[in-house]
Design a protein around this ligand. Structure first.
Ligand SMILES: Cc1cc2nc3c(=O)[nH]c(=O)nc-3n(C[C@H](O)[C@H](O)[C@H](O)COP(=O)(O)OP(=O)(O)OC[C@H]3O[C@@H](n4cnc5c(N)ncnc54)[C@H](O)[C@@H]3O)c2cc1C
Length: 460
C-alpha cells in the first residue's frame, strides 16, 4: 500500500522516467504512479510496441497515413475498445488527431515510440544546457545502429547522416525502464484524478486504483506531473489550476509532416545478402530555425508494406516542419463531462492557420524533392500531407518559460507558478516546438528540472 512519498511522479513515460533517473542518488522516497496497465516485468509495457504487437502498430500506421475521413476514423476500433480513453469516437476526426489519441492512450506515447534520437538543430534555442543533451543521449543509450551498406549509400550519394537510435543490443528499443535505471517500479493502474492543494501548496493526490470502489489519497512533499501533453493538461485542469494559469492547455505545437514513398534504385546489394530485413530508420537531415524541421529517410520492412507493387526496397521520406506554439491551438474541456477514467473529457481546438498551411506546403515540396533524387516514386507514394498529429510529436500545453511568456505555466526550473511544490515534465513542459523528434529534448529538460528538484530536496 502506497500512502506517502517524498516525490510523487505522475506518469511513467519518457518524461517521468527521466525525472526518476535524475533523483537516483538522493535518499528521497520516489514513487511513480501510472494509469496504464502492467506487463511483467515492471515498466516493460513501456517498450516500443513494434517489438511485440504488430497489430497495434498497423492501426497506428493506418491512422498516420490515411486522411481523416469523418465516417471512417481508422482509430474507431481502438476508441470502441476503450484503448484511447479520453478521445471520443464521435468527435470530429479533424479535431481528434491521431497524435492526440496516442497521447491520451494508457501507457502514453512511450508505449509506441520508435526510438529515434535527434538533437534539435540548435540546442541553444531550447534554453537547455548542452550538458543535459549529452546526459539525455546517454540515458537513452542513443547510438547509430549500424546498417552500413544503406547508410553508406545515403551518405555517399546524398550526404545524409545516420540517425542515432535509443537502442540496446539485447533488449531492442529503449523503454522508460532503461531510461529510469535501477529501482523503477511504477505502480500500475493508479490513475491520479486530482492534486489536493491549499494556499499555494499541494499536500496529496487523489487516486483511483483499478478494482477499488473508493478513492485513495497519497501524500507527498513534491509532485511532478509527467502525464503526457493531454494527460498533464487534463490533470492540472481537473485540479482547478486553470484559474491561476491562463496558459494551461494553450499553445499546442506539432510538426506538419509530408510523406513520399519511392522504390529504391537497383544497387548492388549482394553485400546485404545475409543481413536480416531492415526495420530501422537510416538517415536524416535537420534544418535550423526559423524555417526549422527535419527529413527522415526510412527503409521499410516487408510487413509494414502490405500493398507492395514490386520486390524493390521501399524508402519512406518523412519531411517534418517545425510549427511553433500558437495560442489558437489548444485543449479545452467539455463542461461536466468525465471520461471513463474520471478525468474531464478533452476537446481539441486546432484551427488550420495560414502559417500551418505554409508549413504543409513546404513539407510536401521537401518530400517531393527528396523522392526525385532517391528513387522511383511509387504509384501510391506521391508526396502528400499526412493528417495533422500524424507526426506524434505533440508538445507544450503546460510549458516551462519565463514570466513574460503568456503561454507558459511553469518557471524555468519546471516548478508550476503559483504552487511551491508541483512540477511539470515531459512533452507538455517543452518551452516550444522542437525542430526534430522530441525525446532527447524531453529527457534533457526533465534532467534540468530534476537537478532543481534534487537541490531543493537536499536543502529541506
Ligand atoms: C508511434 C509513435 C512514435 C514515436 N516515435 C518517436 C521517436 O522515434 N522519437 C522521438 O523523439 N519521439 C517519438 N515519439 C514521441 C514521443 O514518444 C513522445 O514525445 C514522448 O513519449 C512524450 O513523453 P511524455 O513522458 O511526455 O508522455 P508519455 O510518454 O505519453 O507518458 C505519459 C504517461 O502518463 C500516464 N498518465 C496519463 N495520465 C495519467 C494520470 N492521470 N495518472 C497516472 N498516469 C497518467 C500515461 O499512461 C503515460 O504512461 C513517438 C510517438 C508515437 C506515438
Amino acid at each position: 500500500m502506497i500512502d506517502d512519498a517524498d516525490v510523487l511522479i505522475i506518469g511513467s513515460g519518457i518524461g517521468g522516467a527521466a525525472i526518476f533517473r535524475s533523483l537516483q542518488d538522493t535518499d528521497a522516497r520516489v514513487v511513480v504512479l501510472e494509469s496504464g496497465g502492467q506487463v511483467s516485468p515492471n515498466g516493460a509495457h513501456l517498450r516500443n510496441v513494434v517489438k511485440h504487437d504488430e497489430k497495434h502498430w498497423r492501426t497506428l500506421v493506418a491512422a498516420m497515413t490515411q486522411p481523416p475521413v469523418r465516417s471512417a476514423n481508422p482509430l474507431a476500433e481502438s476508441f470502441a475498445a476503450g484503448a484511447f480513453d479520453g478521445v471520443r469516437a464521435d468527435q470530429n476526426p479533424d479535431e481528434s488527431l491521431p497524435g492526440f489519441a496516442t497521447c491520451s492512450a494508457l501507457g502514453g506515447n512511450s508505449l509506441v515510440w520508435s526510438g529515434i534520437v535527434l538533437p534539435p538543430s540548435s540546442t541553444a534555442d531550447t534554453g537547455i544546457a548542452e550538458e543535459r543533451f549529452t546526459e539525455a543521449a546517454s540515458w537513452l543509450n542513443a547510438h547509430v545502429v549500424s546498417d552500413s551498406p544503406r547508410q553508406e549509400w545515403l551518405a555517399q550519394t546524398h550526404e545524409l547522416q545516420p540517425v542515432p537510435l535509443a537502442w540496446s543490443e539485447d533488449k531492442g528499443w529503449i523503454g522508460a525502464n532503461e531510461i529510469a535505471g535501477q529501482g523503477f517500479q511504477p505502480a500500475p493502474q493508479y490513475c491520479v484524478r486530482r492534486i489536493v492543494h491549499d494556499q499555494g501548496r499541494a499536500s496529496a493526490v487523489e487516486v483511483h486504483v483499478e478494482g477499488d470502489s473508493k478513492p485513495r489519497f497519497i501524500s507527498a512533499r513534491h509532485i511532478v506531473v509527467a502525464a503526457g501533453v493531454v494527460g498533464t493538461v487534463r490533470l492540472l485542469w481537473a485540479s482547478g489550476f486553470d484559474r491561476d494559469l491562463p496558459g494551461l492547455g494553450r499553445g499546442i505545437a506539432h510538426h506538419p509532416v509530408a510523406l513520399a514513398q519511392v522504390a529504391m534504385p537497383e544497387v548492388d546489394w549482394s553485400r546485404l545478402a545475409n543481413q536480416p530485413a531492415l526495420t530501422r530508420p537510416a538517415a536524416a537531415r535537420t534544418f535550423p530555425a526559423p524555417a526549422g524541421g527535419h527529413t527522415l529517410i526510412m527503409f521499410e520492412p516487408a510487413w509494414m508494406m502490405e500493398n507492395r507493387v514490386d520486390s524493390r526496397t521501399t524508402i519512406s521520406i518523412y519531411a517534418h516542419r517545425t510549427l511553433p506554439r500558437d495560442a489558437g491551438r489548444h485543449i479545452s474541456f467539455v463542461p461536466e463531462t468525465l471520461g471513463a477514467d474520471g478525468l474531464p473529457l478533452p476537446r481539441f481546438v486546432m484551427p488550420l492557420s495560414a502559417e500551418e498551411k505554409d508549413c504543409e506546403r513546404v513539407a510536401v515540396e521537401e518530400a517531393r524533392a527528396w523522392a526525385a533524387c532517391l528513387g522511383t516514386t511509387l504509384p501510391s507514394g506521391r508526396a502528400r500531407v499526412l493528417p495533422r498529429g500524424a507526426d506524434q510529436h505533440l508538445a507544450c500545453g503546460a510549458s516551462i518559460g519565463d514570466e513574460n511568456d503568456p503561454l507558459s505555466v511553469a518557471e524555468p526550473s519546471g516548478r508550476i507558478r503559483s504552487l511551491e511544490n508541483v512540477w511539470v515534465a515531459g512533452a507538455a513542459a517543452l518551452p516550444n516546438a522542437v525542430s526534430t523528434h522530441p525525446a532527447q529534448t524531453i529527457v534533457a529538460l526533465a534532467a534540468e528540472t530534476g537537478r532543481h528538484l534534487k537541490a531543493l530536496l537536499l536543502k529541506e
